[in-house]
Design a binder for this molecule. Structure first.
Ligand code: SF4
Ligand code: MG
Length: 334
């Protein structure tokens, strides 16, 4: 069927500083109901900005969005103020690393969820409360009825995460955007939250975009993966294939931290040598070239196109072009 999320050549330019900065540079993402894609990359690679663009949460005076974003068949850029208010929460919802961003500290958590339902669906307070209770039970918050009356600070970190998931699902969205939702939690709680998310995703047929630094988390939950560098997706496709046989030198650098490739949760991306890209002064062509052991003059000639690396994934690296030989392979052969 029709994809739930489809971006074409999505760009985001920040114009507030001395020089405009292209934070997202031509992202194509397609996602159907019940699918989960993980966005992987270092900080500053454009993952969170991409999520915010999908929900039109970027400051419109300082950020210019180009290309197209369609969510559930609608052009996100064309939504009017009222439609946008309904769209946020009702079609697309977001969860964050810090639940404090989702909840107002001075109101009871249950009231905030009930309010969201009332505002979106025009229902009574009683129905709003009933939905909040149902959701608290669904995300397995113990003593749900009592906990609805908690203020955010009265909950543990893991419980606040569950409450934030309940809030995100309150208006029955079709798409859930998750920005490092489990990064701040300890390992045991993190696993519980991930399992819960995957369960809810399947139960409600949610399309989920999951931003993470953690390869173990990505392999645990994702159907597909997209690796971002300097605002661009440099490799994407079936999660297991990308992890097993990464084709882009950047993805390889991130992943080859363990010889056996057995990534468990907590396996952070490896820090690779060289400086993170300066978005105000990117080199021409492949932005990864200054850090790439394979770089050759042709890499600077233009942004590499997506080339099939396997039947299920593509990468933007000229080494995949027919007849282009890897320098390190050549060295090894000599
Ligand atoms: Fe490295 Fe060139 Fe491939 Fe870029 S295109 S990743 S610089 S080999
Ligand atoms: Mg981020």
């Amino acid at each position: 069927g029709q994809p739930l999320v489809e971006t074409k050549d999505l760009t985001v330019d920040f114009t507030g500083g001395a020089r405009p900065v292209r934070a997202v540079a031509g992202v194509d993402l397609t996602l159907g109901a019940g699918e989960l894609v993980a966005l992987l990359g270092e900080s500053g690679s454009g993952k969170s900005v991409t999520l915010r663009a999908l929900m039109r949460l970027l400051p419109e005076r300082r950020a210019t969005t180009g290309g197209s974003i369609r969510v559930d068949g609608r052009d996100v850029a064309a939504l009017g103020r009222k439609e946008l208010a309904r769209f946020r929460g009702g079609t697309v919802a977001m969860i964050f690393q810090e639940p404090g961003l989702a909840f107002d500290p001075v109101y009871r958590v249950g009231d905030q969820i009930a309010e969201a339902v009332m505002r979106h669906e025009g229902v009574s307070r009683r129905s709003g409360r009933a939905r909040a209770l149902e959701l608290f039970e669904r995300v397995r918050i113990p003593s749900a009825a009592t906990r609805l009356d908690n203020y955010p600070h009265e909950m543990s970190g893991g419980m606040r995460q569950r409450a934030m998931i309940a809030l995100a699902l309150a208006c029955r969205p079709k798409v859930l955007l998750a920005d490092e939702p489990t990064t701040a939690l300890d390992a045991t709680v993190q696993i519980q939250i991930l399992l819960l998310l995957r369960e809810l995703q399947r139960e409600f047929g949610l399309a989920v975009i999951f931003v993470t630094h953690d390869i173990g988390v990505a392999t645990e939950v994702a159907d597909r993966i997209a690796v971002m560098y300097a605002g661009r997706i440099v490799e994407r496709g079936d999660c297991r294939d990308v992890i097993r046989a990464p084709a882009h030198p950047y993805t390889r650098g991130l992943l080859f931290s363990r010889a056996d490739h057995a990534f468990t949760k907590g396996t952070r991306l490896r820090t690779i040598p060289g400086s993170p890209p300066d978005l105000t002064a990117l080199p021409p062509g492949c932005a990864f070239a200054p850090r790439c052991a394979e770089a050759m003059p042709a890499c600077s000639a233009g942004v590499p196109e997506e080339i099939a690396a396997s039947e299920t994934h593509v990468a933007r690296c000229i080494l995949l072009r027919p007849g282009v030989q890897s320098r390190t392979d050549a060295t090894a052969a000599a």
